[in-house]
Design a protein around this ligand. Structure first.
Ligand code: NDP
Length: 321
């Protein structure tokens, strides 16, 4: 059975940054890509808010650069999915990971960077215009809609926050809420309701996103009256929640009710020794590429320190022995 000092699960900005640091610390990291190599950024077009790219960069290209940078220092990037984990509670002991339901490997440290997935409505038209007017992140993509009209779907804090953010850039923001009330906190709801260029349509379902090459409108239906209309808009922002990709850690790692992994504040440390959580899998608040990259760095530095302490203990035990 293969034994590794450091296995990183996931290849978004958190995973690759962890890999760069771990490889440079000579931990010879092995990274498993998961089903979506490169993570959520591979589903976006231009990234303009990642420091160091004054002219912006395409999401997939940035992830390819991060991959190359990780490989340059010896990271072993493997296409595969970690399908099962048996994490040890004993400090210094190996954690067992099953890859693609077939191969089992051992890892002294595990850095989790499995990310989160934005929830979508599941409409064909939504999929067709992804990156061409459909987005799940106003902070990432809002700027491309400056001066244009947009629609936001969702009634939670994310939708409220995205609508308020977009209202600073766009002449008109229409929010679609399927119920007759917000789910968002009162303060966020009030902020939206007080913004003059935001219109909220309650009891409203999205029928489809319309357009040719890019989005030109959103067809909606009032679920009480059955009345349909098409709202003219160039952007459609889906803000109906995110789901952290943490199902394989259920029952082993501490997580909140939505599945976000819980780390010791200010660290990447989980409740188990040698297991570190980074990126969107543990971040319900910021969810940005740059914050994910920062936490990936933290995970790798903590893994390095953990291994160092473990090696010192083994050495001390051998001297005593
Ligand atoms: P939430 O689960 O809180 O809200 C999701 C919203 O989307 C609900 O209004 C829900 O409607 C709606 N929705 C879900 N599925 C569909 C669908 N298929 N069609 C139409 N509407 C749908 O998710 P959020 O991302 O808003 O928030 C997640 C957590 O993060 C919350 O705890 C929130 O407080 C927190 N958060 C905090 C922020 C802050 O404090 N600044 C900012 C953003 C998030 P319904 O009510 O009918 O289920």
């Amino acid at each position: 059975m293969e034994k590794h000092k450091c296995v990183i699960i996931g290849t978004g900005p958190a995973g690759y940054t962890a890999a760069i640091y771990a490889a440079r610390a000579n931990l010879k990291p092995v990274v498993y890509t998961g089903l979506e190599p490169g993570g959520q950024l591979t589903t976006t077009t231009d990234v303009e808010n990642f420091p160091g790219y004054p002219d912006g960069i395409m999401g997939p290209e940035m992830m390819e650069d991060l991959k190359k940078q990780a490989e340059r220092f010896g990271t072993d990037v493997r296409f595969g999915m970690v399908t099962k984990t048996e994490l040890s509670e004993i400090p210094g002991e190996y954690h067992k990971l099953t890859i693609d339901e077939t191969t089992t490997i051992l890892a002294r440290t595990v850095i989790i960077a499995t990310g989160a997935s934005a929830q979508y409505l599941g409409l064909e038209s939504e999929k067709a215009f992804m990156g061409h007017g459909v987005s799940a992140c106003a902070i990432c993509d809002g700027f491309f809609f400056k001066g244009l009209n947009v629609v936001v779907v969702g009634g939670g804090d994310s939708a409220a926050e995205e609508a308020t953010y977009l209202a600073k850039l766009c002449p008109k923001v229409t929010v679609l809420i399927r119920k007759d009330h917000w789910k968002a906190s009162k303060i966020m709801e009030e902020r939206v309701m007080k913004t003059p260029n935001i219109e909220v349509l309650f009891n409203t379902d999205t029928v489809e996103v319309v357009g040719e090459k890019t989005v030109t409108g959103v067809k909606v239906k009032n679920n009480q009256t059955g009345e349909e209309q098409t709202i003219p808009a160039e952007g459609f922002f889906v803000a109906i929640g995110h789901k952290p990709n943490t199902d394989i850690f259920k029952g082993q790692l501490d997580m909140d009710s939505t599945g976000y992994l819980i780390t010791k504040p200010g660290t990447a440390t989980t409740n188990l020794p040698g297991v570190f959580a980074t990126g969107d899998a543990q971040d319900r608040i910021y969810r940005q590429a740059v914050t994910a990259a920062g936490s990936g760095c933290m995970g790798a530095l903590e893994a390095e320190r953990y291994l160092q302490e473990f090696e010192e203990e083994v050495e001390a035990a051998q001297i005593v022995g």
